[in-house]
Write a protein that binds this ligand. Structure first.
Ligand code: G4P
Length: 190
């Protein structure tokens, strides 16, 4: 998506050859008008696929997930990282290891909000190593629901996440695909 790539070029900050900071419009301050367009673009790609729910990975998946759900006229389910003490133990849970942050966390979702009748679209901000998305896939499978695909705002195509998911037969859709962050320069793939 051209407008999105231009915004990333203008406001994104290359931190290392592997990390891009997009805090000013995606995951700290959010450009709501742009996010609405990104959600619409994801919805356009996945419409007419019988999707029943959008699943967003907490926390930076929530903004794009919500905009996508709104555009599709569907509810969004949040895959949570910290099970709340007021939740009962009626949860699907899985362990995720974050390579970027070098920590593990538990991803969970209430059994009330996913069932075998659901066809789910997973939405997140970044696809890097694919661990978060793979955890979301595991949760959906625990519920015996089916997966329409995984939509991300930014795929870092030089990291293994894309291939890891596609090799499982999953449909991966990214609004911007970054081929390289070498030498402080953001290079997009077509
Ligand atoms: P994965 O998300 O593909 O599984 O890869 P990884 O485990 O490496 O990523 C861990 C966290 O780091 C994720 O956020 C992911 O969105 C974030 N991340 C990965 N690469 C980048 C990057 O280049 N820039 C930025 N800004 N973030 C990146 P998270 O732990 O789920 O955090 P949050 O959603 O609570 O913000």
């Amino acid at each position: 998506m051209k407008e999105f790539e231009e915004k990333i070029q203008k406001e994104g900050k290359v931190i290392t050859n592997e990390i891009l900071k997009v805090d000013s419009f995606i995951n700290h301050m959010v450009d709501a008008a742009l996010m609405e367009k990104l959600g619409q673009a994801i919805a356009d790609h996945f419409k007419d696929q019988g999707i029943t729910k959008v699943a967003a990975i907490e926390s930076s998946g929530i903004a794009p997930g919500l905009m996508t759900a709104k555009a599709l006229g569907l509810p969004m389910v949040i895959m949570k990282k910290q099970p709340s003490s007021i939740l009962n133990n009626n949860l699907y849970e899985t362990e995720v290891i974050s390579f970027t942050k070098e920590v593990g966390y538990k991803l969970c979702v209430s059994k009330e909000y996913l069932s075998e009748a659901d066809h789910v679209l997973i939405v997140d901000d970044f696809l890097a190593n694919g661990e978060a998305a793979t955890g979301a896939v595991r949760l959906i499978r625990l519920a015996h629901a089916t997966i329409a695909g995984i939509a991300v705002l930014i795929e870092k195509s030089f990291q293994p996440g894309h291939d890891k998911l596609v090799s499982q037969g999953l449909d991966v859709f990214a609004l911007a695909r970054i081929g390289s962050l070498e030498d402080g320069k953001i290079t997009f793939l077509d």
